[in-house]
Design a protein around this ligand. Sequence first.
Ligand SMILES: *Cc1c(COP(=O)(O)O)cnc(C)c1O
Length: 384
Amino acid sequence: MKLDARRVYLSAPDVGSVEEAYVMDALRSGWVAPLGPQVDAFEREVAARVGRAHAVALSSGTAALHLALQTYGACPGTVVIVPTLTFVATANAVRYTGAEPVFVDCDPVNGNIDVGLVAQLLRQLRVSGRRVAAVVPVDMFGACVDYGALLPVCAAASVPVLEDAAEALGATYLGATYRGRPAGSFGRAGILSFNGNKILTTSGGGMLVCDDPLLAERARYLSTQARQPVPHYEHTEVGYNYRLSNVLAALGRAQLVRLDGMLARRRQLRERYAKLFASVPGVRLLGDGDPGANCWLTTILVDPERAGWQARDLAAHLAAAEIETRPLWKPMHLQPLFSGAHALITGAAQRLFETGLALPSGSALGEEQLGRVFGAIGQFLDER
Ligand SMILES: *Cc1c(COP(=O)(O)O)cnc(C)c1O
């Protein structure tokens, strides 16, 4: 079955003949199982790409977050610091461990975690005697957090960092201290997602990346039902069934071959949107065009006072033309699921949620479809 050909999607999977060839090879090899040679190769290739010594391929990015947090010692009675502006998976994974997520507001320019607030919260939590198992910065929409500022703050408090780079494969950090380092390389461990709408997809999948062989080994063990190394099935603790299938790893390897091309297309789309909106008052791009970002989803921010219209007006106009858009993540501290959670809030994330709109940004987006998107946006702006 094909996706609806008339509809323009936000970030449709970009899969073609290279992927078909890799997946067929995996099927013909007989390795239709979780694990196998494709998984091993995919792990090595992704680890090299993000500058890590070890990688563990898993069934989702959420599973990678869960296992990483468990290896960090997150458990009932501990606290994990999470940005309020993120996909719910980041906070859900904290809940799986029994730890308590505490939310922090974001930088109004790029939506990444506010490092000043993290420092303040770490001080507060120390005074109240809480044990903080981890800080989980999220590279929002594929733009790296300011690690030059964040890592020293966390190191000073002796709290390990887990980088949620689910959206950020292919992004580069361009700030101070760590200039040029890839997303996924920061903190004790990082996680990636290969969900269908992410930059690189295995249809569903994820990866934990780190430099510590013991951490990788522990995650691998927990992901395969925590089986003891004896011939029969012996278990001393709770494990999970979280490994990636060999067939899906083959799909991931094909996507990795094409990654630079897919990144270039997403960057080109951001440039075109930037030009289109450059002369429109009250509109700017989330992240102000950070050249290190992977441009996963190009997002505009609309100041209704200056623009004379709201992001949701454009969303409705595009929806009528069968063009998919999406608001930014609804902040976690505003979610019924996390009502009552402790949070340090400035209002920045809520404002981004209310004024932001992610535009069709997938690398599979063709010129004909893009022409339709630009035509519909042009018509909307002309009518104002
Ligand atoms: C997609 C995403 C995840 C979860 O990844 P899955 O592979 O869908 O489980 C986690 N965190 C963020 C920020 C994401 O965007």
